[in-house]
Ligand binder design. Sequence first.
Ligand code: TYD
Length: 408
Amino acid sequence: MNKPLCRISGQPLTKVVDLGRQPMGNGFLLPEQFSSEYFYPMEAGFCETSMMFQLIEQPAPEQMFHEQYAFYSSTSRFMEQHFAEFAQQVMQSGYLAKSDPFVVELGCNDGIMLKNFAQAGMRHLGIEPSRNVAEVANAQGVRTLSEFFAEDVAEQIVRTDGQADAFIAANVMCHIPDIQGVVKGIRTLLKPTGVVMFEDPYLGDVIEKISYDQIYDEHVFLFSAHSIQYLFNLHGMELIDVQPQKTHGGSMRYVLAHAGAYPVKETVAQLLQQELSIGLHRLSSYQTFSKNVEQSRSDLVNLLRDLKSQGKRIAGYGATSKSTTILNYCGIGSELIEYISDTTPIKQGKFTPGVHIPVRPYEDFKANPPDYAVLFAWNHAEEIMAKEKAFMDAGGRWIVHVPKVQVL
Ligand code: TYD
């Protein structure tokens, strides 16, 4: 194989993490599909020039985002509220034109965020390549195009709707291998006074919390302020603000604009400095991370085996994409985890990618709770703990793996 290159700088990538052979993170499947399941080597690399942490190989987007896409955003009440607040922030940011502003969201999924703009009567457009979720968005009054966004789509939107005041995205930008094409599209689509506001899981949190489960096929990049600044600078745009978020176990919201359009807030220099102080620019930090990931694997496997040998019943809570990374990297199957409970209908009755643990409806968890539940949806811990008092009162215990493997 040719030496892998950074998708941003074109410089050679240094391999820093190897999570083994992995299936699609969201590829929940039926037994008749087991024999044709797709696997690829999941390794991450780091580029010292762009400071971009990225997958070395990624399955084709069509393998991941299609009419059977299993991730619906509107499965968490906390996320509903989070996106309503994000929408309010955009509307009140002062960056939008006073009259008839136009907001475009990339990867609007089932419309969880954009419906707030639709309800406020604001001109909006969602772009969502997974047709099944795009249909849900359209059905609830969110105007949605089912396309992969790039410069040609941006030109088409400018012709039909004009330039945008705001280009927003949540947990989408880090999914796109041709991110340069997207940034070119954004530059075309955005008014001279327009802003980009997007958020994604933050690399600094992943390194500090050893949350290696944020690495999976869909997350081709894990961003930092440094890598985002490098990427957008290449296209005449600049980072003007950053705002840390609690979602997805630690995310960052980036605000960008055409270079010189707005003053750069102090928060940007502060975060850049903080990233240097935790060593996000150094290869050695990723090598340490890789060792921490190996330790996390042996701690989790040893804990589950130990509990199992004591005759305890263990289930998983939340059939997340993140759990696919953990289960396949650690080699944990239904011999250790009986089933995983999930509230998403499209996942229920199927099996988890790779290791084929059954996914059962939440009602099964309620009716027949295990002794221990591995909290794969650990990023929703607050919401879940609040609603699972009965499980805990009956002696049920949680297992988490971040920031270290432990029984709560
Ligand atoms: P999420 O952590 O957002 O996902 P991913 O790692 O896939 O990006 O997904 C949460 C999953 O957990 C989703 O499939 C729904 C499920 N879930 C429950 O089953 N119960 C709950 O109370 C919550 C909040 C989520």
